[in-house]
Design a protein around this ligand. Structure first.
Ligand SMILES: Cc1cc2nc3c(=O)[nH]c(=O)nc-3n(C[C@H](O)[C@H](O)[C@H](O)COP(=O)(O)OP(=O)(O)OC[C@H]3O[C@@H](n4cnc5c(N)ncnc54)[C@H](O)[C@@H]3O)c2cc1C
Length: 459
């Protein structure tokens, strides 16, 4: 550890906000992905000025800087691949303003999604983007990965909710972007450029976000299907008439995993189960529920359950919510690794993608359970391997390649909401083509020395 580094950073934000102990640094060497790399130092700024001074110093000395929220990212985005400084933003966690007259809220980047919603719910409002990690993930991380989640089908993804940003650039300059107006036609939109670029162009230190009124009523409908083709047809028919808040899916593997983990749920062992959530006025919810139940029946679903009772709703959701964790417990010798875990295809191609994924899994002898957001074609996978066996890693690499190629062949893409990070960086030239040259040039404009989150996004 270079002494001057610690001294300089302590001078900027105080010794108590600089961690150099190996145990502390080790804890910051990973996120929820398979990657690991130990930073030289971890710092905890508490203001935009702190972040700006840190960046000025790092830029002058050409030290890599990796911004970090809660570290729940699944593709190594917050892993400091080239060492250097990790900037932990979780102590910048204040809700700065709740403006109900203009339906927006101003927050610091370390605010956790669920905490924001607990506060907003008191006023009858909410912030819709809802990743499965909502109890931990931060607003800064969500904007930087353009996080999605279950409600994206109705409300959109995180970038659709960003009205304004404060961003510290590699040089330490501070950009203030956007404002409270809902419409803007002012040429190139830098807010949208920062949303989804995983901390490679700047560090977000403040965000102005749109919020929505809570629905008066909510209902959940759970529909089992013997054939996933029928499930997809049901999704398509429903979407031709109405947009539910969520349309989620479990495949046969995920259903088995949930039943093994929580036998009391006793889910029907079918090809696919769909979970719908609808929200609105009492009238709207009744109408939407009837429509969805009738549509699912028409498409051969049997034993459909539905309810608007809050505790029964929670019980019905349990199957879908348990899936991610249940998969991890399927075989104690195997570990769940996040690879090929976030493909997206046009909705009509879901059955083909699922069948192909299952075939590829059989071909390589690697167990895979599928679940995800059927309303927007986003399929998550739970892949289990013996991590001590090098051959399994090679098989996983081949499986991933085939899955990505299938998704692209079907007109889809390799990540709907988790991002690129390190995990998919090698795929950037294939997915961006000539565009990657321009992306690299944009990176150079914002960060000429390449110090911001190096090793990510293939730039
Ligand atoms: C159990 C589980 C379920 C999940 N479910 C979903 C889901 O349903 N939908 C979904 O989209 N994702 C999901 N994720 C992935 C992850 O939670 C999201 O990507 C989330 O947005 C990451 O937030 P974070 O605060 O943990 O960010 P981190 O992991 O800390 O960082 C993510 C990226 O953002 C950058 N970053 C963080 N803060 C800033 C900042 N202030 N300025 C600039 N860059 C920054 C980091 O450098 C990194 O590149 C899930 C993850 C887990 C573990």
């Amino acid at each position: 550890m270079e002494d001057y580094l610690v001294k300089a950073l302590s001078g900027i934000i105080g010794e108590e906000n600089v961690k150099t102990d190996i145990i502390d640094r080790y804890c910051y060497s990973m996120d929820a992905s398979i990657y690991k790399s130990i930073p030289d130092v971890v710092v905890f700024p508490q203001s935009t000025e702190h972040v700006s001074e840190i960046m000025k110093f790092a830029n002058a000395k050409e030290i890599p800087v990796t911004p970090r929220g809660a570290g729940t990212g699944l593709c190594g985005g917050a892993v400091p691949i080239e060492g250097g400084i990790v900037v932990d933003l979780t102590r910048m966690n204040r809700i700065l303003e709740i403006d109900l007259d203009n339906f927006c809220v101003k927050v610091e980047p370390g605010v956790v999604q669920n905490q924001l919603n607990q506060m907003l719910n008191r006023y009858g409002f909410f912030f819709p983007p809802t990743p499965g990690s909502k109890k931990m993930c931060t607003i800064g991380g969500m904007i930087s990965t353009n996080a999605g989640g279950m409600t994206a089908i109705k409300y959109g993804v995180t970038r659709n909710f960003v009205l304004g940003l404060k961003v510290v650039l590699a040089s330490g300059e501070v950009l203030s972007l956007g404002g409270k107006t809902l419409k803007r036609s002012l040429g190139l939109d830098l807010i949208q450029l920062f949303a989804g670029t995983e901390g490679t162009l700047g560090i977000i230190t403040e965000a102005l976000l749109r919020i929505k009124p809570l629905p008066e009523e909510t209902a959940v409908i759970v529909a089992p299907f013997q054939d996933i083709n029928d499930a997809t047809k049901a999704v398509n028919t429903v979407l031709s008439h109405t947009i539910p808040t969520a349309i989620e899916m479990l495949d046969s593997g995920s259903i088995k995993a949930v039943n093994t983990y929580m036998p009391e749920l006793n889910l029907p062992e079918v090809d696919a189960i769909l979970y719908f959530e609808v929200g609105g006025t009492y009238e709207e919810v009744r109408k939407q529920t009837d429509l969805i139940v009738e549509t699912c029946k028409t498409h051969k679903s049997r034993n459909i359950q539905w309810t608007s009772d809050p505790s029964e709703r929670q019980m019905l959701w349990q199957g879908r919510e348990a899936a991610g964790g249940a998969i991890m417990t399927l075989d104690k010798r195997l570990v769940r690794v996040y690879e090929a875990e976030d493909v997206c295809v046009p909705i009509s191609k879901i059955p083909e993608m699922v069948k192909k994924f299952q075939e590829i899994s059989k071909k390589y002898g690697i167990p895979v359970c599928l679940y995800g957001h059927a309303g927007d074609g986003n399929i998550h996978s739970g892949i289990l391997i013996d991590v001590r066996n090098q051959e399994e890693w090679q098989k996983l690499k081949n499986l991933t390649r085939e899955v990505y190629e299938t998704a692209m062949f079907l007109g889809g893409n390799i990540s709907a909401e988790h991002g690129i990070g390190v995990l998919r960086a090698d795929w950037m030239d294939r997915i961006q083509g000539l565009g990657l040259n321009y992306i690299k040039r944009i990176k150079k404009v914002f960060d000429p020395k390449g110090i911001l989150n190096p090793g990510k996004l293939g730039i």
